[in-house]
Write a protein that binds this ligand. Structure first.
Ligand SMILES: [Fe+2]
Length: 362
């Protein structure tokens, strides 16, 4: 059994081509740079050691495994930045390992290169189906290997940077939610339920994803509202209300620099509009309010009604829907989206009752 060789590989890499391999984040952050880690899985010791030596000499940290199951175990332990998988391996093939990596939300963004035989067209098709990012043909050419590895690692560094930026926004949003212990869990429920409602009414994938993100960050602009206003138990003065009502615009501004949040921005900005134009910040009317914002606000209102607060008891789901129906008639919420929501809840009765209980317990 070939063992993991992170430390020896790092030592062997001294004097190698380090400079090109530090992630952007490490350089910008001024943090001690860490070499990128590559996991190689191959049951042929000679090719395994050949690849390991080559990549170690280039300064990468290299982990190794001799079959598919060992590769998955090593993936769990070492969190590599890229995988090189031989297609034919005992226990689990390269395809199986690749399929598992690409179907797990935690690992799906790790690039996978499959190593196939010279004329294996069928292997390539199966590899594409399994979600592989690239292929190399045996015997592996050194220059091709390094070019592909570096290109995929560059892409991954950008993705990682983006994920870190999203993680910061989510953490900020949760810290604002955490200021009020009575709203705990609201964002998570909102993200889940509005994503499901988006799917239910047939919105395309990117908009559903935007709804899930907006569920977490929609109130991020409240960071600009002073605590004595945000947590005030009694009615707000007109000045205080004006401060609170800035939060959609402030939130949009906070998230605007993130390109991956472009579909989230209209949801953040317009989640307090009303169909009759009496909402804020822009007083938009009817269908000029983006559909995604109309979806989020239905779920937002519902979750607020079914949750217990110091000043009110948790409302049973049916009662909450009756209140909302009245508000639809007053011209506040979209009647079609509301109808779809009621229909969706009807078909998900058990799940919703569980959610209502969780909201009541917060
Ligand atoms: Fe809000």
């Amino acid at each position: 059994m070939v063992t993991s060789s992170r430390v020896t590989a790092v030592l062997r890499g001294e004097g190698g081509n380090w400079g090109r391999m530090w992630t952007t984040w490490s350089v910008v952050g001024g943090i001690q740079p860490v070499p990128e880690t590559i996991l190689i899985a191959d049951d042929h010791e000679s090719s395994l050691w050949g690849l390991e030596g080559l990549l170690s000499a280039e300064g990468f940290t290299v982990l190794t495994a001799q079959d598919g199951e060992a590769a998955l175990a090593e993936l769990e332990r070492g969190r590599p930045d890229l995988l090189l998988l031989d297609v034919k391996m005992p226990r689990l093939s390269g395809f199986d390992v690749c399929r598992q990596i690409k179907s797990d939300v935690e690992t799906r963004l790790i690039p996978v290169i499959l190593i196939t035989g010279m004329t294996a067209t069928a292997d390539r098709l199966a590899g594409i189906e399994a979600g592989a990012d690239d292929f190399l043909t045996k015997p592996v050419d050194r220059e091709q290997l390094l070019a592909r590895v570096r290109s995929l690692l560059r892409q991954k560094a950008y993705t990682d940077e983006l994920e870190r930026a999203e993680a910061v926004l989510f953490a900020l949003a949760r810290s604002i939610e955490g200021k009020d212990p009575h709203t705990e869990g609201h964002c998570e429920r909102l993200a889940e339920l509005s994503g499901r409602l988006g799917e239910f009414i047939g919105l395309e994938g990117p908009k559903v994803q935007a709804l899930r993100r907006a569920g977490i960050v929609h109130d991020i602009g409240k960071v600009a509202v002073p605590d004595h206003v945000l947590l005030k138990p009694g009615p707000l003065t007109p000045e205080e209300r004006a401060l609170v009502q800035r939060h959609p615009v402030v939130g949009e501004g906070i998230c605007a620099p993130l390109k991956s949040f472009q579909l989230v921005l209209p949801i953040i900005r317009h989640h307090h509009e009303k169909m009759d134009g009496s909402g804020y910040p822009d007083g938009l009317k009817g269908k000029s309010i983006p559909m995604t914002a109309r979806v989020l606000q239905i779920v937002d209102v519902y979750d607020a009604l079914i949750a217990a607060r110091p000043y009110k008891k948790a409302m049973p789901s049916a009662e909450a829907l009756a209140v909302m129906e009245g508000e639809v008639w007053r011209g506040w919420w979209d009647a079609e989206v509301f109808t779809a929501f009621v229909e969706m809840l009807g078909s998900e009765g058990v799940r919703v009752r569980r959610m209502a209980r969780a909201a009541a317990a917060d």
